[in-house]
Ligand binder design. Structure first.
Ligand code: OGA
Ligand code: NI
Length: 352
């Protein structure tokens, strides 16, 4: 195959590559040795601190806020147990049926998998290398710039925003728009409640509006089973850009976070969300809560699906440390920054 034909093939994504039969990871995906995920199999699993959302709504709120604050400071990540807690939260949001929480989550995972199993020609209709496209099927981390490609395909959907984008979402599978619409609305509500709690834990009570008017983006990540998972990564080490990410993962391990200079694998808990702070919130909190670096390892046996609901301030809104969190003993640590700066940075550089 000519070099050009080969490059063209990588742009079409990992699933397409695998569909055509593959026993080895192509060079394009092989990381330099120091960046490879050593001991993929032996890496320890951790359970993240669990925050009980139902308790948060009751008389134990101060105690839960304190443990939430501890989880944010130690990990930047925490995991909500959904079985009981989110159902109750949604009941509070006037969703009556107890089982409904699990159903929305189950449908989201199911329809996402069916999207990635569509014939390539169907998926290809949503391919675009334009980082700004509101609906985009793509591959790797930034396929315009990455020297080494990541073992990931994704469907990016713009959701909650000034504009309703759902008419641009894929029209097949036939139930995709409905299932993803329900899911994105519910996660947006959850985000708002979680953000409220996080702000309260910081003692910030007067700046809540800007966090609700922000934007929501869903990244549906697909990591096909990989013949040599020790040579490549599903996502390179990165921190999330926005305020807060609500991540749903299926039962396959892969998410790893950097903790005490080691990579630890987050043990998936069914029907739960991994919640983590992004860069914008680290800045807003003047460093009290940290945006933690994480990456994704891939698996030789099973393909993996995750859905990241990314909540950010509106584009062009400057993020700035909250004045309440700055004083003589906590000097200001960050410059203002906005989304345009970030996209410019992303478009111009190889990810590092
Ligand atoms: C992301 C991300 C983790 C995962 O989409 O930013 O970190 O497990 N995803 O897919
Ligand atoms: Ni991430």
């Amino acid at each position: 195959m000519s070099m050009q034909a080969e490059q063209h093939m990588y742009q079409q994504g990992v699933q397409h590559l695998c569909d055509n039969g593959l026993t080895q990871v192509p060079n394009k995906y092989i990381l330099p040795e120091p960046e490879r995920p050593l001991n993929v199999v032996d890496d320890g699993c951790i359970n993240l601190p669990i925050i009980d959302f139902a308790q948060l709504q009751g008389e134990n709120r101060p105690r839960v806020l304190a443990s939430l604050s501890k989880a944010c400071q130690e990990f930047g990540f925490f995991q909500f147990k959904v079985e009981v807690k989110l159902c109750e939260l949604w009941m509070w949001m006037q969703v009556i049926n107890h089982g409904l929480g699990d159903e929305a989550i189950g449908k989201m995972i199911d329809v996402s998998k069916r999207f990635f199993e569509l014939p390539f020609e169907e998926r290809q209709r949503y391919m675009s290398s334009d980082l700004h496209a509101p609906v985009r099927y793509g591959t790797s981390f930034n396929q315009n710039n990455d020297k080494v490609f990541c073992w990931r395909d994704f469907l990016k959907l713009s959701c909650h925003s000034m504009q309703d984008y759902s008419s641009l979402w894929p029209s097949s599978p036939l139930d995709l728009r409905e299932a993803m619409g329900v899911y994105s609305t519910k996660t947006q509500h959850l985000y708002e409640r979680v953000m409220e709690a996080i702000l309260e834990s910081l003692g910030v009570t007067n700046e809540t509006a800007i966090f609700e008017q922000g934007s929501q983006l869903m990244m549906v990540n697909w990591y096909p089973a990989c013949p040599q998972p020790q040579l490549t990564l599903g996502l390179p080490p990165h921190s999330d850009y926005g305020l807060l990410t609500l991540l749903l993962q299926d039962q396959v391990e892969g998410l790893q976070i950097q903790h005490n200079d080691k990579w630890v694998t987050v043990k998936p808990i069914p029907n739960s969300f991994v919640v983590n702070i992004g860069d914008q919130f680290e800045i807003f909190s003047n460093g009290r809560y940290k945006s933690v670096v994480h990456r994704v390892a891939v698996n030789s046996m099973r393909s993996r699906l995750s859905v990241a609901s990314l909540h950010s301030l509106n584009a062009n809104y400057n993020v700035t440390p909250s004045p309440i969190l700055i004083d003589d003993s906590n000097p200001r640590l960050y410059q203002d920054t906005n989304y345009a700066d970030f996209v410019d940075y992303l478009s111009s550089s190889d990810f590092k």
